[in-house]
Design a protein around this ligand. Structure first.
Ligand code: WTA
Length: 652
């Protein structure tokens, strides 16, 4: 907390005049409304924002808490909400602006999006027999067809499960099997830094052996040579030519699942976070409007990948639900140089720009003076997401990119929350550097003491919790209702009702501002990507010479957190063998998870600090990784001397 830079930035008055929520009075009014008449508040926005096929009979059903139901019996279709309903007023407006890695461009209007999605939906339905409720895995690069695929699934009621293109064949296979998917949509590959890279071979590997997958649809993007399995693999580019542009949108229940997205938890394998139709799309749209304050003629760009929740909610569903123009970018922000994003901001006259602190740190480091070379005067709102932003990165973003005139929205949320839950409102909330500020209107969130369930005092620190269910919250973990309850709802109750635990620590300052301090569990945040230490440990253990392993996070200058592994080998080793072993273990990790899980540090140790009951004392390992002096009581360890041995090894 001490490194938070003061002073508070007052809202930009010019900006605030135009904003949807103009000042803190309006914010307070909304929040009071929500707290006094929760269902009235949500019902109002559900009526205002959603184009219902038939109305709901009840706003919120809490009878089976924490398995909540929102907008009971309401019928809608998310693709209709994102496309069809805009045709009357926006058919020729750009829905998606795409820029490829090599600078190739496409502008897709709402009418074109409508036709493309309908054709895609017909292809899935008629050629592949995909039906409502079927799971479809999408393993795609950042090209417009990824958005078409998502919306096509939504249109016919299939449940998509996107797997980030950086995940390995093993990781893809696990997710396909867990979701029992019958179709995979992929591309031959795409381009990165002007070179082709491949996805289809990864799919081939994932599908070797027993698989529930019957059909694979391949979008030919880079036209590199790939293997085609007859009867299983089909070319999108061929099949799409024969599809009709008309496809009735399936009538979906408010609580019909929209998608699954696998994410890491503290234990076990990644869990399939399930989001359902109405509540998710409502909050995606409302937060787009409130937090980014996108106006009719604005161009909005979120640099995430559709493989993560940010790409789902804030590249595809949120912007399209509100009828905005969303930019999709295939490339890397630092290629051909660290001015690429700013060049794009100038060229497309981007008004809202949304990225992760890791990207800001890298762009700052590699191109401190790049923003000044471009006209960035179109920018109004700058967003960050995914990890706590450090004050120096915030300052550079605010000054060099935003010209000290843009609102910065430090948006705090998770895969499970569907959309933002704590964030400034541009123009309305006086912002403090590196601070997520206040819960959004309608979100009843507090920092609680995990033991007592009481709200913590100023500066005390506790767990970030949401004490009332909200429309876009996770509905379940696919196939594992018990894990859902256990992972998110502890014993603490508020007014007798379950409390949602985010897994993040947070602290209030004297003005009630919330600063998120990071995960309180065994999840680490590498470049804004969630990584379970248990997953990395399981991958390491696949190496035949690894006897034991403990993985912790360690602060990293660019990535936020890096991955630090302590490994006990089965055989005695020499220095030279150790270097070889580091490479081999990382190879296993790449095979099991992907490049994103490569360890920054691997240290071979003779043993791990364990209690007499065999529990690894990770706190000690975290402290050693950070180079901190050990203050914890180590007398309860089975072998207290191991701590000094490990310290020597790490320093060496
Ligand atoms: C972290 C990404 C600090 C947090 C949207 C959370 C943040 C995890 C912020 C979720 C923020 C996200 N400040 N930390 N503004 N935003 N986080 O599921 O630890 O990939 O629990 O969703 O990212 O990561 P996930």
């Amino acid at each position: 907390m001490s490194d938070i830079v003061k002073p508070t930035f007052q809202p930009n008055r010019e900006f605030a005049k135009q904003a949807r929520i103009k000042n803190m009075c309006e914010y307070n009014d909304l929040q009071t409304w929500a707290s006094e008449d929760y269902e009235g508040f949500w019902g109002h926005f559900a009526n205002e924002k959603i184009d219902w096929f038939s109305p709901y009979s009840q706003v919120l059903d809490e009878s089976t808490a924490p398995f909540y139901k929102w907008f009971v019996n309401g019928k809608l279709n998310v693709a209709h909400q994102c496309i069809d309903r805009h045709l009357a007023t926006r058919k020729n407006k750009a829905a998606i602006i795409f820029e490829g890695d090599r600078g190739d461009k496409q502008i897709i209007t709402y009418l074109e999006l409508y036709y493309n999605v309908n054709k895609f939906a017909n292809l899935l339905k008629n050629e592949f027999g995909v039906k409502k409720g079927d799971r479809v895995v999408i393993y795609m690069p950042m090209i417009p067809e990824a958005a078409y695929a998502m919306l096509a699934c939504a249109r016919i009621g299939a449940i998509h499960s996107i797997v980030f293109g950086g995940f390995s064949a093993e990781a893809l296979k696990d997710r396909i099997e867990d979701a029992d998917a019958k179709v995979v949509i992929t591309a031959d590959g795409a381009y990165r830094k002007d070179k082709p890279y491949m996805l289809k071979p990864v799919v081939d590997e994932a599908l070797s052996g027993n698989t529930p997958v019957q059909k694979v649809l391949v979008i030919e993007r880079n036209n590199e040579e790939i293997t085609w399995v007859s009867g299983r693999d089909y070319s999108y580019n061929e099949l799409i030519k024969h599809q009709s542009t008309k496809c009735e949108a399936e009538v979906m229940d408010a609580e019909d699942p929209l998608f699954l997205l696998y994410t890491s938890g503290s234990t076990g394998k990644p869990k399939g976070v399930q989001h359902n139709s109405a509540g998710y799309i409502l909050w995606a749209q409302m937060t787009m409007e409130w937090v980014f304050d996108v106006k009719e003629n604005d161009t909005y760009w979120c640099t995430a990948d559709v493989g993560w929740i940010t790409g789902h909610t804030y590249i595809v569903y949120g912007p399209l639900a509100m009828g905005a123009t969303t930019v999709m970018f295939e490339g890397v922000p630092t290629y051909p140089d660290a001015g690429r994003p700013w060049k794009m901001v100038e060229e497309y006259k981007i008004n809202q720009f949304y990225t992760a602190p890791t990207a800001i740190r890298v762009l700052h480091k590699m191109g401190e003076d790049e923003p000044a070379k471009y006209d960035l005067s179109s920018l109004k709102v700058l967003g960050t997401v995914g990890e706590p932003i450090d004050p120096p990165a915030w300052k550079w973003y605010y000054e060099a990119v935003g010209g000290s005139k843009c609102a910065i929205v430090d948006t705090y949320w998770q895969t499970e929350t569907g959309g933002h839950i704590v964030s400034p409102l541009p123009g309305a909330t006086p912002i403090k550097p590196a601070c997520a500020t206040f819960p959004l209107p309608g979100i009843i969130a507090e920092i609680l003491d995990p033991q007592t369930g009481e709200k913590v005092g100023v500066g005390e620190g506790g767990y970030m919790c949401v004490t009332r269910p909200w429309p876009s919250m996770i509905r379940g973990i696919w196939g594992d209702p018990e894990r859902f309850v256990k992972s998110y709802f502890g014993d603490v109750k508020k007014d007798g009702k379950p409390v949602y635990f985010t897994g993040d620590g947070a602290v209030y300052d004297e003005e009630g501002y919330i600063t998120i301090t990071g995960r309180t569990d065994d999840v680490i945040n590498v470049s804004g990507h969630r990584m379970g230490t248990a997953e990395v440990e399981a991958a390491c253990k696949k190496h035949p010479n690894v006897a034991e392993v403990a993985v912790v996070g360690k602060p990293h200058e660019l990535k936020g957190e890096g991955i630090f592994a302590y490994i006990v080998l089965k055989s005695e080793d020499t220095m030279a063998e150790e270097m070889e072993m580091v490479k081999e273990i990382n190879k296993v990790i790449i095979k099991e998870i992907g490049n994103i899980a490569i360890c920054d540090d691997i240290v071979f140790v003779p043993g791990l600090p364990k209690t007499r009951s065999g529990k690894i004392m990770r706190r000690i390992l975290r402290s050693i990784a950070k180079g901190e002096v050990i203050t914890q009581d180590i007398s309860t360890l089975e072998d207290p001397s191991i701590v000094a041995t490990i310290e020597v090894k790490v320093k060496g």
